[in-house]
Design a protein around this ligand. Structure first.
Ligand code: OGA
Ligand code: MN
Length: 280
């Protein structure tokens, strides 16, 4: 199979063409895709055509499926295929999943290594997803900051009382099944590419061990302002047929609510199992 992989920016993202992940792929293609994922952190796999079951097959090229916290929120008839859409309103406010920069499900002791979306319905303009390299952001920190944060560990809960946004509704049964908070290093070493990365998530981080909340929040805010600079970013403009898979150990991401909300944005979503983050 003639599969091509083309880098999109110097720091994040590669585009994959010439592969149909509904079908079994050979060992070389499998290895090449997984190498590209670890090297580029975000893969944009063009021109796919998936049912929910096809999408599961495609995602499993990169790992093992992980269940989502909101078990009740799934594609009808497919309990293990989640979706993101722009149609949930809570207390008069529209919930846009992923609206501020974050990494997925970091409240888990073993957070998902990857998340993938497949575009089913897109607005006629807008609704991009932004990704920032947490490896590059870490590398560029002044040595004094690297020394300061090296051994710090943050407590990630389902939804921090300091979260900048609501995660929307979750039912009692799902809430009951949520694991205990993940306590993770602020700087983690990627288990596959071995690079250090910042590991931040203002939606989930409720405390840093041994710090007053006020100081912890100020530190997170400073690191977030640094990490979300455009120079660390790849901004994905969705096209029909796109499957995008990203490495939650290497990037943060955010959705953009900058389109006409009368238009529907609907994407299938899956996550892949990861391991407990290890410090540097
Ligand atoms: C997610 C997410 C962003 C988007 O699915 O985890 O943050 O642009 N999505 O929909
Ligand atoms: Mn997300």
């Amino acid at each position: 199979m003639a599969c091509t992989i083309m880098q999109l920016t110097e720091h994040v993202g590669a585009e994959v063409r010439g592969v149909d992940l509904r079908e079994p792929i050979d060992a070389d293609t499998h290895a090449a895709l997984n190498r590209a994922f670890v090297a580029h952190h975000v893969l944009v796999i063009r021109d796919q055509d998936y049912t929910p079951e096809n999408f599961k097959t495609a995602a499993q090229v990169f790992g093992e499926l992980q269940q989502h916290d909101k078990k009740e929120h799934h594609v009808p008839g497919h309990p293990d295929v989640y979706y993101v859409a722009n149609d949930e309103i809570v207390n008069g406010k529209r919930i846009i999943p992923g609206e501020t920069f974050h990494t997925d499900h970091s409240n888990h002791p073993r957070p998902p290594k990857a998340t993938t979306l497949f575009a089913v319905q897109l607005p006629s303009r807008g609704g991009d997803t932004q990704y920032v390299s947490m490896h590059r952001a870490y590398d560029d920190l002044p040595q004094s900051m690297k020394d300061r944060i090296k051994d710090l560990r943050a407590v990630h809960v389902y939804q921090s009382k300091y979260s900048p946004r609501s995660l929307g509704k979750i039912d009692a049964a799902s809430l009951q099944d949520i694991p205990p908070p993940g306590v993770h290093p602020l700087v983690r070493r990627h288990p596959e590419n071995q690079r250090p990365a910042l590991y931040l998530n203002p939606v989930r981080i409720e405390a840093i061990e041994g710090m007053a909340d006020r100081d912890a929040l100020a530190l997170i805010e400073e690191l977030m302002a640094h990490a979300t600079q455009p120079r660390y970013e790849y901004r994905h403009r969705w096209r029909h047929g796109d499957m995008v898979i990203w490495d939650n150990r290497s990037v943060m991401h955010q959705a953009n609510p900058d389109y006409d909300m009368a238009e529907r944005r609907y994407l299938y979503r899956l996550m892949l199992k990861g391991t407990a983050p290890i410090g540097i």
